[in-house]
Design a protein around this ligand. Sequence first.
Ligand code: ADP
Ligand code: MG
Length: 359
Amino acid sequence: MAGIDLTGLSTVYPNGVRAVDDLSLTVADGEFFALLGPSGCGKTTLLRTIAGLEQASSGSVGIGGADVTRVEPGRRRVAMVFQDYALFPHMTVAQNIAYPLRVRRASRQEQQEAATRTSAGLGLASLLDRRPAQLSGGQQQRVALARAIAMEADVLLLDEPLSNLDARLRLEARTFLKRLQRELGLTTVFVTHDQAEALALADRIAVMSEGRIRQLGSPKEVFQRPVDTFVANFIGSTPMNLLPGEVSGGLVEVAGARLKPPAGLDLPDGTPVTAGIRPEYLHLTSGDGITGTVSIVENLGVTSLVTLECPGPVLVGLTVAEQDEPAIGTTVTATPEPGRLLLYDGETTQLLGEAKVDT
Ligand code: ADP
Ligand code: MG
């Protein structure tokens, strides 16, 4: 078992692209860690650098307390599952799973035992004689996982392992992955561009952009207290309302409303701010709040997303229980839950003051 220590790590490609930029990060032994960020932000490069498939340009990679920056990939005790699974097409499922053992010259019997043992828990026992082309996407993914587990590595690196699966299978596979990781206690770094997946699976999340970590925290922290508007915008299945406003007379003027700023935050009049309020934390009231005309109502299942046209003009979204859906064209008022209004600096986009995080 082993944790991961990255210190001042940069990976620059020969064409000059700085895909990982002075990044420091510690992943604890046994932790399920998600790397989240838009396409091109450096997630794959970071994984490949941890695995040793890319050479770090500066900084260091530590695994299990040892500096492995100059250690070749095969000696790092790291297993990586690639986005496209990278199974050997000419080998059977059993041969694919046992491949790491064949490489280290284990006996035929050991190879067979590893294939049988690893495949059983993954529902692959009846497929051992098939070739990858005869498997579904979900089955191929499980073979790739089985092969990674058969390596008996200390660290498991997963590069968007669920991205080739359809929506239903994806949900199943993610539950399965979470259970497997917990049972094996493997230190796991899981790359995804899907924020819902990261929130659901991870002990901690790093949100990346341009080769750097923008925010590091628990799923609740990044959801409830995004440190800047980039993270605020990126996290959440219904996008956070980010509304331009200004401080006036100690209140925040936004969308035609005057809202109380977060406790302890004392900003001079005229300060430009962006108010961040999640649709889930806005509720219809008869009191003061953001008043607007209902323009769209979208059914999300148990809840509905209501879009209000407000002065500014700006659009404001809030979720309501299905039975509370207001009629299109009516005028309603919505108020943020206490402690849920976030204020971002209108210029630097950074979070101002503290914000509540549930424990
Ligand atoms: P992600 O996995 O988050 O989509 P990548 O790590 O694949 O991001 O890419 C990060 C950046 O590095 C991108 O700008 C990409 O174009 C660039 N890049 C990736 N691989 C190479 C390569 N082999 N040579 C040059 N540039 C690369
Ligand atoms: Mg990638």
